[in-house]
Design a protein around this ligand. Structure first.
Ligand code: CP
Length: 306
């Protein structure tokens, strides 16, 4: 039994295997309709979500399985003081696999140490969001035709944005990848991530405007400023509209650059960009369902053992 806490739990072969399975699901959905028949997925969401929870549930239903769970901490016994460890033991009695979103870094890891079924991290604090990264990788692979030799711009809240941390961890293992980290000084990528990039000899630059690097980028990954993780509302208001991607700013971008965003969007991409053929963020949502189908079926088949 293997759990997925961090994208680094998966080797490059395993990442490539999941992407290949997701592409096969897209091409042959009928072959997977009973893959998880009689199996149950529990979704334990202690933090708000639209895409991740519903795409996990849609994925399991499309695999022929069933779903149960809760969408907020208030509707679970966490509100009475039950620990993550005990909750994981309890849910293991009801479900064959569970997906957990939690505001505390490491909570799904604690669950995985106490559960007797696989646990999937569906986003923990400002740490990691591995299944969003799988959706990102599938989107980049489908749109660019490769995961290597790419210049990737990550723009916005690179400090609190867990999807950014996971994506850097995954993409830094593919050859020829270069990162351009676009943020205000206050929202830079945490030092432990840039230090790892430096130690591993992976090229990266930190800049403050998207205009200065736009012509170089193969992928532009926009993120929202994470209001819920700010200690001070005045700082959030000062920083929230630092970057707004609009058609004018895209004039210098490559004609085949892919624009990604994990969503939800607030202001950082003008809705006028949605009609641009380079806008891939809604396709990215669709890909999330397929890659979660690939992940659930693979974990339940026990193909990846610890
Ligand atoms: N991308 C993402 O995690 O969206 P939700 O918060 O809606 O799940």
């Amino acid at each position: 039994m293997k759990s997925l806490n961090s994208i680094l739990d998966l080797g490059v072969d395993e990442l490539d295997g999941l992407i290949a399975t997701a592409k096969d699901i897209i091409a042959h959905p009928e072959a997977y309709r009973e893959s998880c028949k009689y199996k149950k997925l529990a979704t334990l969401f202690y933090e708000p979500s639209t895409r991740t929870r519903l795409s996990f549930e849609a994925a399991m239903l499309e695999l022929g399985g069933s779903v149960l769970g809760f969408a907020s901490a208030n509707s679970s016994s966490a509100s009475k003081g039950e620990s993550m460890a005990d909750t994981a033991k309890i849910i293991s009695c009801y479900a064959d696999i569970m997906a957990i979103r939690h505001p505390m870094d490491g909570a799904p890891f604690v669950a995985s140490r106490n559960a007797s079924v696989p646990v999937i991290n569906a986003g923990d604090g400002m740490h990691n969001h591995p299944t969003q990264t799988l959706a990102d990788l599938l989107t980049i692979s489908r749109e660019m035709g490769r995961l290597h030799d790419l210049t990737i711009g990550l723009c916005g809240d690179l400090k609190f944005g867990r999807t950014v941390h996971s994506l850097i961890g995954a993409m830094s293992r593919y050859p020829g990848v270069e990162f351009v980290l676009i943020s205000p000084p206050e929202l830079r990528v945490p030092a432990y991530i840039t230090q790892k990039l430096a130690d591993d000899g992976i090229p990266f630059r930190e800049v403050e405007t998207m205009e200065e690097v736009m012509p170089e980028l193969d992928v532009l990954y926009m993120t929202r400023v994470q209001k819920e993780r700010f200690f001070n509302e005045a700082d959030y208001i000062r920083l929230k509209d630092t970057y707004i991607l609009d058609p004018d700013k895209l004039k210098t971008a490559k004609p085949d650059m892919a624009i990604l965003h994990p969503l939800p969007r607030v202001n950082e991409i003008s809705t006028k960009v949605d009609a641009d053929p380079r806008a891939m963020y809604f396709e990215q949502v669709r890909n999330g369902r397929f890659v979660r189908m690939a992940l659930i079926s693979t974990l339940l088949e026990g193909l990846y053992e610890d």
